[in-house]
Design a protein around this ligand. Sequence first.
Ligand SMILES: *[C@@H]1O[C@H](CO)[C@@H](O)[C@H](O)[C@H]1NC(C)=O
Ligand SMILES: *[C@@H]1O[C@H](CO)[C@@H](O)[C@H](O)[C@H]1NC(C)=O
Length: 297
Amino acid sequence: MRPSILLGVLPLAQAVRIVQSNDDGWAEINIRTLFDDLNAAGHNVILSAPAEQKSGTGSSDAAPTVVDADGCIHNSCPGGSPPTGSNATNPRLNYVNSFPVTSIKFGIDTVAPKIFNGAKPELALTGPNVGSNIGIQAPFSGTVGAATYAVKTAGIPAIAFSGWSGDPTAWDQPTPLHSQIYADLALNVTSQIVASGAPYLPTGVWLNVNFPEVSATKCNNVNQFKFILSRVNWGIFSSKDTEWCGSDRLPTETDVILKSGCYASISPGDADDKTTVDAARQKLVLDKLKPILSCLP
Ligand SMILES: *[C@@H]1O[C@H](CO)[C@@H](O)[C@H](O)[C@H]1NC(C)=O
Ligand SMILES: *[C@@H]1O[C@H](CO)[C@@H](O)[C@H](O)[C@H]1NC(C)=O
């Protein structure tokens, strides 16, 4: 199923160099579907993600080791494969037998210079994670850990995407509806950030984006979704948020995801502590995303 969104392909002038990673593994269908969408939109993309399932590993980082006897996730590489490796025919697709942070670091330091002729990635995209990363879950997520690493250590603006629905699925299976919808929505947010111009995000900021449930009967079409500017956690004791939708307090990711309807949350996060960023930088993100944002009813 091809998404309607691809009919409006980006002009090539807006193509950017992107590094992708996740914590579910390089051969997970969510990340591969987004890889395909980004390529179809004309972007210059590399993928560098864990050889195995590495959910819940936060910001862990360790030298990659030889792949165990079982091989990479979903049998995507043989047992005993080297610590890092590429798809035999596509050097843009890479596995790293270690953590999400180690994987994106390898993508930035080792794969990018080769594929991008020495140039640095302009944007880091992680996920879409299999399962939500909302509020207090976020700091434990490897998908979030990889995004905040890109921002903090490499100075590359980053967006972490997560989707409520679906189970781990191999890259070579038929694309599930939720994977296609989450990839199309992720491309929409990415296109808006790119169209807003460099710097794509304020210094030290990453975006935590969560997509709601998708099923055959619920939120089954990309046109049904609305994007909501949110905060990672409750702000009861925090200073005011940026003024938006008639309030100085943004809804939490939990408020957005539990609202009936097809609402996706976008939280501007601080890469240092993985929580909500200050109002001044929220405002900069708001101005960039305004064309695609709605207010939560
Ligand atoms: C490697 O790439 C080829 C060609 O695109 C594809 O058919 C194959 O499924 C890929 N395998 C993995 C593990 O990425
Ligand atoms: C992106 O999402 C917004 C908000 O839902 C929508 O209005 C817009 O048409 C989408 N853009 C594309 C290219 O699909």
